[in-house]
Design a protein around this ligand. Structure first.
Ligand code: AHM
Ligand code: MG
Length: 340
């Protein structure tokens, strides 16, 4: 087997670059290793599935009124425990908690905030489909204990973000703002090894990813874009397209980071009537994925503005999401602009 560098070695090599950018490399690297530890533990639970007794519903709902799975809650607990132990955090906000979790007295505190979706795509858990953990690290600007409001920073403020994909292999994909690196978990060693250096998204693509079951509710620009794609060589795009939908944002975004494509979870008429701006959450789904996508040369947009520029007003805020290969996202932006 090829000798590969470990996550730890990669972080050490990357430290000088972070320091040049005025970042605290030691603190961020310590935090990153804690996140990786959490991901190894969650991957182990996911991998054992029914044998670990972690499948099925937890019998309660999260703040967004969604049914929680047992593994949503267990993954949340694991993530909190492993990341707070790094001593680099002031608070943790999660899809699974109404308000942020302050680092308790007696545990060393640091100068970062983290937002997390501990187990994204959790409807896939019970059917052994792809799931993932998504995280975003923000600076904590004050010396005081954080409030929920301290987390409300735009995606441009992120200092570290990434996801761990639990699929046929477990992969960690991260950015510190200087490109995107992917690591594959070597289960025997319990170590993430660099397997995808400098991931880049091809500028053009012939593949899209959207839940087409909602087509009747789409707004005109999304309808136009998908209609043109499915007309294939007979239509205005003069090309045949392919479609993929994993039901797991981590799975879909990972495929796009590997081979290009465009991922859409737009707002639609039904959501609008229900007063929702979209399904996916800005702080721990859209922002970290948008930053990864842009660091890999792609684009991420709501249709009205760049996702990273959205000023959050709520911890669990939802946004429309379009991200992936730059040419396709630009086309979608054009269709939104000309429709408005
Ligand atoms: P979750 O955080 O409750 O798992 O929801 C987010 C997931 C994404 O991973 C995925 O892209 C999307 O929901 C799928 O939604 P749908 O079932 O509407 O296709
Ligand atoms: Mg999610």
């Amino acid at each position: 087997m090829t000798q590969r560098i470990t996550l730890k070695d990669y972080l050490n090599q990357n430290a000088a670059l972070l320091q040049e950018q005025g970042k605290d490399a030691d603190a961020l690297n310590t935090l990153m290793l804690g996140i990786a530890d959490a991901c190894v533990d969650i991957a182990d639970l996911v991998r054992h599935g029914e044998l670990a007794g972690v499948l099925g519903a937890a019998g309660q709902e999260n703040v967004q009124g969604e049914e929680q799975k047992k593994l949503d809650i267990i993954a949340n607990d694991v993530f909190i425990e492993k990341t707070q132990d790094t001593g680099q955090l002031a608070g943790i906000a999660s899809e699974e908690m109404d308000h942020h979790y302050p680092i308790p007295d007696g545990v060393e505190k640091g100068k970062y905030l983290i937002t997390v979706d501990p187990l994204d795509g959790s409807s896939n858990i019970d059917v052994n489909g792809a799931t993932g953990t998504i995280f975003s690290v923000l600076p904590h600007m004050s010396e005081d204990a954080p409030t929920d409001a301290d987390f409300l920073q735009s995606g441009e403020q992120q200092v570290l973000a990434g996801y761990c994909l639990f699929s046929s292999a477990t992969m960690l994909v991260i950015t510190f703002g200087n490109g995107v690196a992917g690591f594959t978990l070597d289960i025997e060693q319990g170590e993430f090894l660099l397997s995808h250096e400098n991931m880049t998204v091809p500028k053009t693509t012939k593949e899209f990813s959207i839940n087409a079951a909602y087509a009747a509710h789409w707004h005109a620009p999304v309808k136009r874009y998908i209609d043109e794609c499915v007309q294939g060589e007979q239509g205005p795009r003069d090309a045949n397209f392919n479609m993929r939908w994993a039901g797991s944002m981590v799975g879909d975004v990972h495929r796009i980071l590997c081979r290009g494509g465009v991922f859409l979870y737009p707002s639609d008429e039904r959501m609008q009537k229900a007063g929702k701006a979209g399904k996916l959450r800005l702080m721990y789904e859209a922002n970290p994925m948008a930053w990864l996508m842009e660091q890999a040369g792609g684009l991420a947009h709501t249709g009205a503005q760049s996702i990273l520029s959205v000023d959050p007003t709520e911890l669990h805020q939802r946004v429309p999401v379009m991200m992936g290969s730059a040419d396709e996202v630009e086309r979608l932006i054009d269709y939104h602009t000309s429709a408005s």
